[in-house]
Design a binder for this molecule. Structure first.
Ligand SMILES: [Ca+2]
Ligand SMILES: [Ca+2]
Ligand SMILES: [Ca+2]
Length: 480
């Protein structure tokens, strides 16, 4: 099994250091309100410009409620940071310094049309759908406990001193709350904001989301698993049997990539001595070609800036910014002067901050036997698993000499077998998962695997049944 181990080692060596899709969103409140202590539950302030938290001079409690719509964060994201910021307009005359905490609310609540205006510390008659001290939604639905149902443990606490400034709350508890809302949106009821509930005259007045000045904000940073790069190793032949790698750029914003064609630096006997590389668009038009990566000074400096220039000056690389919207691209690797040998063609995503992804990755080449089978490598980046379909196509390809009956193995970074498949309908459970992706192979002899892959490096190995040869395609799609 030295074949895939060599490739895996190569893949790990060339993984980008900061290769994770990271995102940041800053969100306005979806809704906010204040619970005014009142046994009859007649007071609220759905549309007012302030939220209150603490005990007022007349000894009644105030608790703020605030919630954020986090649906713009992908459901499979890992939350890495969460900061709630609120502007403190004023504090009560009895306040010197103290803590304000936020705790996760356990029941849904409403923001109706009530508006107590400025300053609004006494509240106003609740309107239909408003949260009150006893109602989640005035006047039909009730909290289990007057004053709101919320977690007994505060998610974050911030000490407060002077007014007229913005305070922020961030903690592992806040991250856990946002993670739970991203994973299970039906449990997102936001936070209750609580001040000093012992001493009178300590209540705080924060700007609400209905205030045109300094409204609250929730800033969330996150990472999502993604197919980080693809590498395919194959014996590069001539004519129709050169190595062809394909990928699709999904999303809306152009994607900066580096495509590399590696030969002489591979730690393998029989490596292609001198590759050339062409990058083509979906209609076959040439975008850029390159023989040796240092040929063009502008490209050379861009290739160096990626941090992963090829290890040999005869190898090829192209840096390009490619339009998205499901545009397909191919990278064609040949040997100079029709040279042959084992080569690797790779595409790396260089900018994971933009709204686009390498959506699927495929390689076409001649599958031979022994060391010269078709080997695709992929890396899953991030902190959570990525659902992937890998396909090995042969008989459905519209080319002569197609591999009649492929088999597919998926192996992990240590070379351990994750799962293998000969014909994609062999296993009823896999068959139904493959059908659910919407892209089952069109021929029953072709292979496919659907798997949730933890972050790491993987190889997909395509062989012909009974050591047969022919042209095949191996593809990997991220499904999340
Ligand atoms: Ca409000
Ligand atoms: Ca070259
Ligand atoms: Ca098969």
């Amino acid at each position: 099994m030295k074949t895939f181990n060599a490739l895996t080692a190569f893949l790990l060596l060339t993984a980008l250091p900061s290769a994770i899709f990271a995102g940041t969103v800053s969100l306005p409140p979806q809704k906010d309100n204040t619970l005014y202590e009142d046994a009859a539950g007649q007071l609220s302030n759905g549309q007012g410009p302030y939220l209150y938290a603490g005990r007022i001079q007349s000894d009644r409690l105030r608790r703020g409620l605030i919630a954020f719509n986090v649906s713009s964060i992908p459901a499979n994201a890992t939350i890495t940071g969460a900061t709630l910021s609120m502007f403190l307009f004023q504090s009560g005359p009895g306040f010197n310094s103290g803590d304000v905490s936020v705790s996760k609310v356990l029941r849904n609540w409403g923001e109706g049309e009530s508006n107590a205006g400025e300053p609004g510390g006494g509240g106003i008659q609740a309107e239909p759908g408003d949260a009150t001290w006893i109602h989640t939604f005035y006047s039909s639905a009730l909290w289990t406990t007057p004053g709101g149902d919320f977690s007994a443990t505060a998610s974050a606490t911030t000490p407060i001193t002077t007014a007229s400034m913005t305070y922020s709350w961030s903690s592992s508890g806040l991250i856990a709350d946002v993670q739970s809302w991203v994973s299970t949106p039906a449990t997102n009821f936001g936070w209750v904001i609580r001040g000093n509930e012992i001493d009178s005259g300590t209540a705080h007045r924060f700007n609400s989301g209905d205030n045109t000045s300094n409204p609250p904000q929730l800033t969330v940073t996150y990472e999502v698993p993604t197919l980080g790069n693809i590498a395919t190793r194959l014996r590069v032949e001539t004519g129709d049997n050169v190595l062809i790698g394909g990928f699709i750029v999904t999303g809306t914003e152009s994607k900066k990539v580096i495509v590399r064609a590696i030969g002489p630096s591979l730690p393998l006997a029989g490596a292609l001595a001198d590759p050339v590389l062409e990058l083509r668009n979906s209609s076959g038009g040439l975008i850029l070609s390159n023989d040796n990566w240092r040929d063009d000074p502008v490209q050379e400096s861009e290739i160096i800036a990626t941090g992963i220039p090829p290890g040999n000056e005869l190898e090829s690389a192209i840096v390009a910014t490619l339009p998205a919207n499901n545009s397909a691209y191919t990278a064609v690797m040949r040997g100079v002067n029709n040279g042959t040998g084992i080569g690797v063609v790779e595409a790396y995503d260089l900018d994971r901050t933009v709204d686009s992804k390498l959506g699927n990755i495929s390689t076409r080449g001649l599958v031979e036997t022994g060391d010269n089978v078709l080997i695709g490598g992929l890396i899953v980046l991030g902190q959570s698993p990525l659902r992937v379909i890998v396909r090995a196509l042969g008989p459905s390809l519209p080319v002569s000499g197609a591999l009649a009956d492929p088999t597919l193995e998926l192996r992990d970074g240590d070379g351990g077998l994750v799962i293998s498949n000969d014909n994609w309908r062999d296993d009823p459970l896999q068959e139904s998962e493959i059908n659910a992706t919407g892209i089952p192979p069109s021929n029953d002899l072709e292979s496919a695997i659907v798997q949730n892959l933890a972050p790491g490096a993987y190889t997909a190995i395509v062989r012909g049944v009974n050591n047969t040869s022919g042209v095949a395609v191996v593809e990997a799609y991220g499904l999340n």
